[in-house]
Design a protein around this ligand. Structure first.
Ligand code: CIR
Length: 258
């Protein structure tokens, strides 16, 4: 994870939120996230914030880490380029082999979902086809699919994995298109159950072993997630991410899990 700079209030936003980011509340929410991961037994490495990079806490975008290798992303927003440097250094110190995504390729990790079986890559405002091609090469042992994301910032603004067999989609026009393209590209081997949630942001969850971290504040989605968790013997943990949502973030964006 990466600490929250005070400049977080100036993080990129697709549109101005109804109320400005409350920095103190954002820090409390971020700390609760760190604590939740630690309570689950994860070793959490907290990289220091960089005040010159207001979005640096959205660490998911800077790298894709699978099985001891990492793609170090060339971020799609000019304002965010440079965030990846410190993460590259930290990953190398952990013994992870790193491979840069080179321009003209761009990748934001929010567009990359590794389900355990597939690498699903969203082609969005931030991630382009060349970036997706380079990712496919870096992780050539994992079948990958590039899908168009026509709405929302990233692929994971629309969907995420509840577990390795179940994908959560948020109800929106883009989701149907992504589902159809995913079915077409994975062919008959498409082995995911797809569950739709009424809140697109609420479809962004963190799956960690027998636990699924979900977002507080989406009661209609929560009902569906509770039922799903019961059927799969998973325990839900709820975190409030309101201040991160104001800057187009959610749950997955604040950590790199490996
Ligand atoms: C941005 O516009 O890049 C940030 N304000 C939000 C990034 C969120 N990242 C993510 O969900 N992976």
């Amino acid at each position: 994870m990466r600490d929250l700079p005070n400049s977080f209030v100036d993080a990129l936003k697709q549109q101005a939120p109804d109320t400005p980011i409350d920095l103190a509340l954002a820090k409390t929410q971020h700390q609760a996230y760190v604590t939740a991961l630690k309570d689950l037994g994860l070793r959490v490495i907290e990289v220091a914030a960089d005040e010159s990079l207001p979005d640096c806490c959205f660490v998911e975008d800077t790298a894709v880490v699978i099985g001891g290798r990492a793609a170090i992303n060339n971020l799609g927003a000019k304002e965010r380029q440079g965030e990846e440097k410190q993460i590259n250094k930290t990953l190398k110190e952990l013994g992870i082999e790193t491979f840069p995504i080179e321009a003209p390729g761009t990748v934001d990790g929010g567009d990359v979902l590794f389900t355990g079986k597939h690498l699903i890559i969203g082609l969005s405002k931030r991630t382009n086809a060349e970036g997706a091609r380079q990712l496919g090469q870096i992780f050539s042992d994992v079948p990958s699919f590039a899908l168009s994301v026509t709405e929302g910032l990233h692929l994971k603004s629309v969907l995420s994995a509840f577990d390795s067999e179940t994908l959560l989609f948020g109800e929106c026009a883009a989701a149907k298109g992504i589902e159809a393209e995913l079915r077409r590209k994975t062919g008959n081997g498409m082995s995911y159950e797809i569950i739709y949630l009424p809140d697109p942001v609420g479809a962004n969850v963190l799956s960690i072993g027998d636990f699924v971290v979900i977002q507080d504040g989406f009661p209609r989605s929560e009902v569906i997630l509770k039922k799903l968790a019961e059927g799969k013997n998973k325990t839900l943990i709820k975190l409030q991410m309101s201040e991160f949502i104001k800057a187009d973030g959610a749950l997955t964006c604040c950590s790199l899990l490996f």
